[in-house]
Design a protein around this ligand. Structure first.
Ligand SMILES: Cc1cc2nc3c(=O)[nH]c(=O)nc-3n(C[C@H](O)[C@H](O)[C@H](O)COP(=O)(O)OP(=O)(O)OC[C@H]3O[C@@H](n4cnc5c(N)ncnc54)[C@H](O)[C@@H]3O)c2cc1C
Length: 285
């Protein structure tokens, strides 16, 4: 199908992009276009104007300062994968990136576009939840910072208001060891279920665990009861399996044409166990 008619604006700065969005209720930001353009072609959306963010170099920086990795919203998956200097400090981002789509999509798709779109089957939402990232959201009146835990508000919806832009994602450094597990039908396909786990170990016992699940609900989920259960315990086959059970037993998972709710619960539990055992043997930084 052909795109619906729309006008096309190319701002030179973020401030100009925000003014364009504020001035036209029907305007929408265009990032890598890997989701938005297929949606337009399928006539599932018909914005009056697309505000192209691709010239905005302000949104394409990757900077490490104040023990925080700051990634501009228009950084593509491919650009992020090439920024290997950060791989040692932020391994989870790189473990998850390997599962994101295919080369052509990674070349244009952006981390900001992925987070703003908030597909429950996308990897980056799970990563930002596990890493306690902060989303920087700008509007004409200034910027605000939203924790990952408060950013995702439901199916394809986030804390970004219509006239706002996600401009940067901030990842505080952590000394956890990390693992990421995913099941999809084929490499590069959207996930059916995924789990990210982080462990901070002291004297052979878990001092802090982080567990995040994706594709089991309308938004990425942390598993606080399972995280608390692991505190002070060794990570063994038994404790890892128990944590997986605790994380998924009360889960009201969703079913769709790809997988049943029961499948997502069972596989989610298994992926958590596997990721915990893997994180437990990762070398510390
Ligand atoms: C065949 C296929 C397979 C894929 N597989 C995967 C996969 O396995 N894992 C995965 O994670 N993704 C996958 N994707 C999606 C891909 O990663 C997209 O690139 C991503 O979802 C959207 O990023 P984008 O930069 O292309 O955003 P766009 O398509 O340009 O925009 C997406 C939405 O976000 C809004 N938006 C974009 N940037 C901003 C911003 N800075 N502030 C506010 N709103 C903004 C847009 O208005 C639009 O509504 C796949 C896509 C395709 C076509």
């Amino acid at each position: 199908m052909k795109f619906p008619a729309f006008s096309y604006a190319v701002p030179a700065t973020v401030a100009e992009a925000l003014e364009l969005l504020a001035a036209d209720e029907d305007a929408r930001p265009l990032a890598g276009g890997q989701t938005l353009l297929p949606i337009l072609a399928l006539r599932m959306a018909s914005p009056g104007c697309l505000v192209d963010l691709s010239p905005l170099s302000e949104l394409k920086n990757i900077v490490f300062e104040d023990q925080t990795l700051k990634i501009g919203a228009m950084v593509t998956f491919a650009q992020l994968a090439r920024a290997t200097a950060h791989q040692a400090n932020f391994p989870l981002i790189y473990l998850a990136l390997k599962h994101v789509a295919h080369v052509a999509i990674r070349n244009r798709g952006t981390i900001g576009g992925s987070l703003a779109y908030a597909d429950a089957a996308a990897e980056m939402p799970v990563v930002v939840c596990a890493l306690n990232a902060i989303m920087v959201i700008a509007g004409v009146g200034g910027a605000r910072r939203v924790a990952a835990a408060d950013f995702f508000t439901g199916h394809f919806s986030t804390a970004i208001e219509r006239r706002e832009l996600l401009t940067q994602i901030e990842f505080p450094i952590s000394d956890h060891t990390w693992a990421f597990e995913e099941v999809s039908r084929r490499p590069g396909d959207f996930a059916l279920v995924m789990a990210a786990t982080g462990l901070r170990m002291r004297d052979g016992q878990c001092a802090e665990a982080r567990i995040a699940l994706g594709c089991v609900a309308d938004r990425p989920l942390r598993a606080p009861a399972a995280e608390a259960f692991l505190s002070g315990k060794q990570i063994t086959e038994e404790t890892a399996a128990e944590a997986g059970q605790i994380a998924t037993s009360d889960l009201k998972s969703h079913a769709d044409i790809h997988a049943s709710a029961e499948y997502r619960r069972k596989v989610g539990s298994t992926l958590i166990k596997r990721a915990l055992l893997r994180a437990a043997v990762e070398p510390r930084l």
